[in-house]
Ligand binder design. Structure first.
Ligand code: NOJ
Length: 525
């Protein structure tokens, strides 16, 4: 059973180091975020997702946790988190945290113990080198299995199959895997008791190793889900989605929804224009639907609608799916050759489709992905895969550091010569034609209109440019993400005269839809 509130969530992702800095050390922090709650309430979002904000050496920007039960000192204290959660709740905003379930930092006490004690099996230790295995840094001989960077040792949740030639494989109910499951419960309970509403789960499907159909991984999460249902029935778990895992993996695992993040082909097929580089497993980059070239740069909705149908249908048709504008792992919505004038169509779609919207901080003002920044805290994963450009400081105002301090820690994030035209919250807030004002109006519209939410059905009228669909039988949405004007006939609209609600460059008359370059429209039927 899923907590009711998730279906109505409008998520806002806060990358804590870059969101708001209260103490002038150049790194964002919780009191800074607290001081910006006004912005979140004004914008209309009702759920905040914080990227990891726990103690960490920040080899991977906090996805390398050294103590799950302690807020990183650079962000504040546990009390600051409790205060943030309480103040947010007063404004109707819930908080979810990032649960880095599959690995720790090499600096976590569990790992340090394991690296010195050959009997300890909280991690996966082999006596020989091998793919993904890293030499022991401690007195224990051998090699540990990593999950991502070398400094992120995989916690041992067991293997789906045993193999006499690979003695490091343990079953999922061996002592080490059992201890790690218990630890996950302890971490979740610790923060849920402090008032948070759930977790986004990092690399959720990576826990049990060599588990091709994810049977054991799903069983592990189901087990945790049963415990949550008993103790914290209102808490949600949202997985970092895996691909090409079967679309029903989230349902089988008991997760409350699936998450189309930037590294997911469904997201890529919509928005990835190649402006942040190439991720080899995303075949659709440069062919996204929200592409100004339209059909000439063969953008199509096919991939997105296919994956959406598969996931939506995985639970009898009402599976919850979160669709992000972007996130901390690759590009931004405003990236490459996509300009601010193109964002209206993207937001009209995002905020009226049947997915749960997740807005990455700064995307609400059209902050741009900044190419070519140096590596910072693991932002460069591989040649051509640079996440620094989507992690730059929130552009609150037009000061030299966008409202952040001038402290050196932060300079790494900023282009040497900041663009004076860059979008800021301050400049957009009172401008009704700004991206920010549009996003705010669309959020309000969505929150007040059940037909635009996740529970209402969707009838796709046209699958091309312009894209047109009816939500809940009462609302027509049209978007034309390309530069070329587009016209299409939609027979079901022939006898209707839709009333405009939020429209720019779209007209509907006697069943014919005409859309100007980058036009969008939400109408009442
Ligand atoms: C996915 C996270 O989103 C990413 O930022 C991180 O580097 C890896 N998982 C490893 O934890």
């Amino acid at each position: 059973m899923t907590a009711d509130w998730l279906a109505d969530a409008i998520i806002y992702e806060i990358y804590p180091q870059s969101f708001a800095d209260s103490d002038g050390d150049g790194i964002g922090d919780l009191p800074g975020a607290m001081a910006r709650l006004d912005h979140l309430e004004w914008l209309g979002v009702n759920t905040v997702w914080f990227n990891p904000c726990f103690a960490s050496p920040f080899r991977d920007a906090g996805y390398d946790v050294s103590d799950y039960l302690r807020i990183a000192p650079r962000y504040g204290t546990n009390d600051d988190m409790v205060a943030f959660v309480a103040a947010a709740r007063e404004r109707g905003i819930r908080v979810i945290l990032d649960l880095v379930a599959g690995h720790t930092s090499v600096e976590h006490a569990w790992f340090q113990r394991s690296a010195d004690d050959p009997e300890d099996d909280r991690y996966i230790w082999s006596d020989r080198p091998g793919d993904g295995f890293v030499p022991s840094p401690g007195s224990r001989p051998g090699y540990y299995l990593k999950n991502f960077f070398d400094e992120q040792p995989a916690l041992n949740f067991g293997y789906a199959g045993l193999d006499a030639d690979q003695p490091w494989r343990q079953s999922v109910d061996a002592a080490g895997p059992r201890a790690n499951r218990a630890a996950l419960r302890e971490i979740m309970a610790f923060w849920l008791d402090k008032g948070i509403s759930g977790f986004r789960v990092d690399m959720a499907y990576s826990l049990v190793k060599d588990d091709p159909d994810k049977r054991e991984t799903a069983e592990l999460w189901r087990d945790l889900r049963r415990w949550l249902e008993d103790r914290y029935p209102d808490a949600v778990l949202l997985p970092e989605s895996d691909y090409p895992a079967p679309p029903d993996i989230g349902v089988r695992s008991g997760f409350d929804g699936d998450f189309f993040l930037v590294i997911h082909p469904a997201h890529s097929a919509l928005f990835n224009n190649g402006g942040a580089g190439t991720l080899f497993w995303l075949p659709d980059h440069e062919h996204c639907f929200f592409d100004a070239r339209g059909p000439d740069g063969p953008g199509s909705l096919g991939t997105f609608l296919k994956i959406w149908d598969e996931h939506r249908g995985a639970n009898g048709g009402d599976r919850l799916i979160v669709l992000a504008t972007a996130d901390h792992d690759f590009s931004r919505l405003c990236c490459g050759d996509r300009t601010a004038e193109q964002l209206g169509a993207a937001y009209a779609f995002l905020l009226t489709w049947g997915t749960i919207p997740s807005i990455y901080y700064g995307d609400e003002i059209g902050m741009r992905y900044v190419p070519g920044l140096p590596d910072h805290e693991g932002s460069v994963c591989a040649p051509g895969y640079n996440r620094a450009g989507c992690r730059t400081p929130m552009q609150w105002d037009s000061g030299p550091n966008a409202g952040f301090s001038d402290a050196p820690a932060n300079r790494l994030y900023l282009p040497q010569d900041p663009d004076p035209q860059r979008p800021t919250v301050a400049a957009q807030r009172n401008d009704p034609d700004s991206v920010l004002s549009l996003v705010r109006r669309l959020i309000a519209l969505r929150r007040n209109t059940a037909a635009l939410g996740t529970r209402a059905d969707t009838e796709v009228l046209t699958r091309d440019y312009p894209f047109a669909y009816v939500r809940g039988g009462t609302h027509l949405v049209v978007v034309n993400p390309r530069r070329e004007p587009a016209e299409v006939e939609a027979a079901p609209l022939r006898r209707r005269q839709p009333a405009p609600i939020e429209v720019s460059g779209v007209a509907v008359s006697q069943g014919v839809i005409t859309a100007e370059a980058f036009g969008y429209g939400v109408f009442r039927l």
